[in-house]
Structures are given as C-alpha cells and as structure tokens.
Ligand binder design. Structure first.
Ligand SMILES: Cc1ncc(COP(=O)(O)O)c(C=O)c1O
Length: 395
C-alpha cells in the first residue's frame, strides 16, 4: 500500500463519523463525490416512504392530514433543520423549491426595507436561478438590481440598498463567503441580508441566529439527503416575522386556513412563509432522511469535511501531473466549503472517464471538475482512491 493509502486507512480508523456510512446506500466500489448535487439515499427511507404511501395515504387517506401529522409537516421539519443551521425553533418552514423561496425572501426583504431604498444587490457569481429571480423581484418591487461580487459588497452598500442576496458557499468554486462580517456590513448600511445556504447547510456551521441573518433559503437534496426535488426551506428571523409580507400569500399561510375567507390575514410566525398544499411524499421522505443527523454535531462534520478536502488536495498534488489541473477552491479553511473544484481544459471528458471508473463527481461548464465531500458517507480511503484514479485518467 502507498504511503497515502496507509494514511487514509489510519484516518478512517480514527474517524468518529465513519459509522454513519452504513446508514446510506452506496456500493463498496463507488466513491460518491456528488453529494453537493444530490445526496445519497439513507437506507431506511424507502421503507418509510412505503409506509407513507401504503398506510398513511392508502389506508388512512384524508385522516392523515391530522393523524399522520401531514398538515404541520412544513414547520415540524423546519424545526428539525433549524439546529443544523444555527436557528432556534419556530423560524423555518419547509416547502416549494429554493427558487420560489428566493423570490419570497427577496421581495419580502425589499418590502421590509422601505420604499426609499431603491437598490437590491445580488452576488454576481451566483447560481443562475438566484440572479434571475432577484432581477424579477427587483423589477416587481420597483428596485434596480446590482450584481456585485461578495467581496465588493461592503464598498457598494449605501442608504439606497434595500436587500442583499448572497451565497454562503459558491456552487462552482466551493468558496465560503464570510457570512458574519458581510451580514454585519449589510446591517450597518440599514439593509437586510438574505443568504442562500444550498451549499453550506449540512456541511458546516451556519449560525443564522448568532450572526443576525434576516432571511435565508436552502435546498434539502444536497448535504441534507432529502432526495431528488425534495422541498426547500425558508428562514424568517423571529424579529421580522410580524413584518414578513410574502409575495405569495396562499391559503396555507392564512391565519385561519379553513375559514375560507376572502380577505388575507397572515398566519403568525414563520408559517406565513407557506403557500399552498405541501408536497407530502417528498416532505416525509426528507423528514425520514434527516434522522441520519440524530446525535451528529455539525462541528464534527465540519472538522471532517476540512480534513477530507485537505487530504484530497494532497492526493491530487501527489498523483496528478504538474500543471494538469488548477484548484479553484481556496486553500484557507475559513474560505473553503465542502467541495473541491479543479479547472481542467478537458473536464467534461475527464469526468466521464472518472465515472466509468466508479469515481462520481460532476462537471460544470466550461472546464470545472467538482468533487463534493459529504462527511457522513465519504471516507479517507475514498478520497485517496479518487485522487489516484484522477491521476491515472489524466496521465
Ligand atoms: C446555490 C443554489 N441556489 C439555488 C439552486 C436551485 O434550487 P432549486 O432548483 O431548488 O430551485 C441551486 C441548485 O443547485 C443552488 O446550487
């Protein structure tokens, strides 16, 4: 065994999260490094979904809205996600897609900021959907949208800024942005900070309450393993809930949803972030999937994530020929999320060959190889193998 192989074995033996892997369905000969796109399936989820379909739907039918807790699932599952992102209970509702929640959050933030603030800032490097929706939200609320790279946000903030939409971790490079200091800068300018947590929730501590974040959104199909198209979530800080004016008021966000009233009266608390009938099958699959977090600390996950990405960069340096790839991922821990992005001119073809050899990452146009490290089911031997196979493919 190589020196790196021996190190990997020793690191796996000392890994306190190593036992989590058996909770997931992953073949022994697959190294799955795409959990930053679609998390792996927790082994107990199919049985739970079968119960939801056969018993709750098939036998209890309409009674399940009450008896199986369907009606309250959005806020109950929100409370289950809350500790993972550093939020106290009562501030998160689950439902809709991230895109839809970005819309609710940006419009609501602009409305809370007041009419005299006529600019919305958006991360210029953002995942495209956030940019498209921020542009529409700005147009709808009579604001101008200004794309700005996150590092430049403090210099651009002014008394014209209504809201700022930022990504905690960049989806392409894996760069971790400084949520505490950017949120503080946004607040010093009197604006509201909206964070997209898609690439950080479940991978590292977020500290929404601690850092005073106003509104946040995120998906659940990446590091939270909720399954394809599982519902997203919306965080509305306690202090803002009475003023949160959703652009999508639906009967599920009404104070008296079964009153069937013609006038809209928003429900108290984060519930006003709900819209229509929740997608129960996906939502309850997510609820089951979240059980893998029982007894797991997000700090331990973060420590292992950094060790995994450090070790991968070391393996790449050892196994891959000089100059063949360039890392886009910041070397400093405080600026790194849980993925490594390598620029490589023939990245599309390289990723195909990696996948053929059981190392599954993904390719982002035009030349980026992305490798996501999910500490609950990726180990150090996986990382060593991924680096070695990459070296062989590129050799
Ligand atoms: C940072 C970020 N925001 C938003 C989205 C889109 O989310 P959805 O498809 O749930 O609307 C993604 C999807 O990968 C993402 O990575």
């Amino acid at each position: 065994m190589s020196e790196l192989g021996e190190r990997a074995a020793a690191l796996d033996a000392a890994d306190e999260l190593a036992g989590s892997r058996k909770q997931f369905v992953i073949e022994d000969d697959v190294v799955y490094l795409d959990g930053n796109s679609l998390g792996a399936l927790p082994a107990h989820v199919p049985g739970r979904v079968e119960d939801v379909v056969r018993r709750q739907w098939g036998e209890l039918r309409i009674r399940s809205w009450e008896e199986s807790g369907w009606w309250t699932a959005p806020e109950r599952i929100g409370d289950r996600i809350a500790p993972l992102v550093g939020a106290a209970a009562g501030q998160i509702v689950v439902g809709d897609s991230t895109s839809v929640n970005v819309f609710k959050a940006v419009v609501a933030a602009a409305r809370m900021a007041g009419e005299d603030r006529d600019e919305i800032l958006v991360d210029a490097t953002t995942f495209p959907t956030d940019g498209y929706i921020a542009e529409s939200a700005a147009r709808m609320t009579g604001r101008t949208l200004r794309p700005v790279t996150p590092a430049d946000v403090p210099g651009v903030l002014s008394d014209r800024t209504a809201a700022v939409l930022l990504n905690h971790v960049d989806y392409r490079t894996g760069r971790l942005h400084d949520l505490p200091s950017l949120t503080a800068a946004v607040h010093a300018a009197g604006a509201l900070a909206v964070w997209d947590l898609c690439h950080s929730a479940g991978a590292l501590p977020v500290g929404l309450d601690e850092h005073g974040v106003d509104l946040a959104v995120g998906c659940t199909y990446k590091y939270l393993n909720g399954g394809p198209g599982s519902p997203a979530y919306l965080y509305v800080r306690h202090a803002h809930q009475d003023r949160f004016d959703s652009p999508l008021p639906g009967w599920n966000s009404h104070a008296d949803p079964f009153g069937m009233r013609a006038d809209f009266e928003p429900a108290p608390g984060a519930l006003r972030g709900r819209v229509g009938t929740p997608d129960i099958l996906s939502m309850l699959a997510l609820e089951a999937a979240l059980e893998v977090w029982d007894g797991v600390s997000i700090e331990a996950v973060r420590a292992k994530s950094l060790a995994l990405t450090d070790f991968f960069l070391e393996c790449v340096a050892a196994y891959v020929g000089e100059g063949r790839v360039e890392s886009l991922t910041p070397p400093a821990h405080e600026r790194r999320g849980s993925q490594v992005a390598l620029r490589c001119p023939d990245a599309g073809d390289v990723m195909k060959r990696l996948i053929e050899r059981g190392v599954v990452g993904d390719f982002r146009h035009p030349d980026v190889l992305r490798f996501g490290f999910t500490p609950l089911y990726v180990g150090f031997a996986d990382v060593e193998r991924a680096g070695r196979v990459l070296g062989e493919v590129l050799g």
